[in-house]
Design a protein. Sequence first.
Length: 383
Amino acid sequence: MDLLDDSIVPEHAREIKQDAREFAEEYIEPAAEEYYESGEYPWEILEAGMEAGLVAQDISEEYGGRGLTLEQILAIAEEFYRADAGIALTLQLASFGCEIMQHYGSEEQKEKWLRPVAENEQISGLAVSEPQTGSDMAGMETTAEKTDDGYVLNGEKYWVGNAVEADWITVYAKTGDSDDRYSNYSMFIVPTDTPGYEAEHIPEKMGMRASKQGHIVFDDCEIPEENLIGTEGGGFYMLADFFNHGRIIVGGHGIGLAAAAIEETWDFVHGRTAFGRNVSEFQSVQHILADMRMEFESARAMNWRAASKVANNDDAGFWAAVAKTKSTEMAVDVAERGMQLHGGRSVLNEFKISRVYRDVRIPVIYEGANEIQRNLIYSQGSL
Ligand SMILES: Cc1cc2nc3c(=O)[nH]c(=O)nc-3n(C[C@H](O)[C@H](O)[C@H](O)COP(=O)(O)OP(=O)(O)OC[C@H]3O[C@@H](n4cnc5c(N)ncnc54)[C@H](O)[C@@H]3O)c2cc1C
């Protein structure tokens, strides 16, 4: 039985899902352990993904991309994350933040900045989180001060995917100090070779090691006025809108990881003997597998329902938060049970379940920690 079967996937996303599966089997899965061990950036797999038309293709056809829909990106995410979350994150982050420019940028900006990413000549990133906070989006302290010619950025960003590797980054910075704390932020395009932009990798992580995040310091980093995206003061709302899409995809990160955990565990218990019997014959083991499967199927159904809601802008904030929280927590739960059923071998690096177990800790935090999602679910889900 195929855990990631496509009967729940809208028809227009099935072909690319199949392409993503074949790519994951050929390129991601066989390299996963090696990249986990080395912690290196998987440039070769990224390039292969670009060749295959599976990277940065959310950018519209007008600017050189394939204009993949939210559901198509979700279908890719499930398949890639099932193969390996670290490599998958790198592939999915190559155009991170571009959607903001796609929606709010000017024609000139899109032509200049989106096209090279869509044509796989450049990669991007999105810098929101700071060393002191990643949760309080209206409490960030990096400033962008207006000058005669543009803006000067000062401050720090932390956890930024591709901060070192990217050609340019979409940066969220403070441009006002009004009592309405949600209107004080704006979005900027910052090329990573701008004087005053310094980035270094953050320390090694325990999971998703084939993806790279960085610490950026802006020290009088000057950018021209034309690098402001949309209107000054609109950054918070642009980001909220962007995260609605992102959180559906992160739900897919949980689904892919959980699929891997269930498959690994199923195979393990059916190949292992204890007390003269196959471990899968113990009823308590069967019940754990049954629970894993039920939790997986309910989260996946909810995630796809939420994807359709968000794609149609129907209570998007609520559904995005629900999908992200449920799917990522289901993955943590399923991975934990999978570890237990692997016995002592669960902690050996050579067993994929140990990598999945480390990786599932991350999607419950990024794209907004799940505590923040629960705040949104309550506040946006009023009856
Ligand atoms: C692998 C990885 C990749 C990432 N990639 C990026 C990226 O590309 N760009 C980017 O900008 N950021 C990125 N992030 C950062 C991520 O979005 C933040 O880590 C996340 O938003 C949480 O922020 P924090 O780590 O500062 O935790 P904090 O905000 O300090 O929160 C610490 C704890 O307090 C809880 N908490 C905080 N506020 C509340 C509240 N109001 N109610 C209840 N609980 C609360 C949190 O839920 C959490 O449990 C990445 C993070 C990781 C781990």
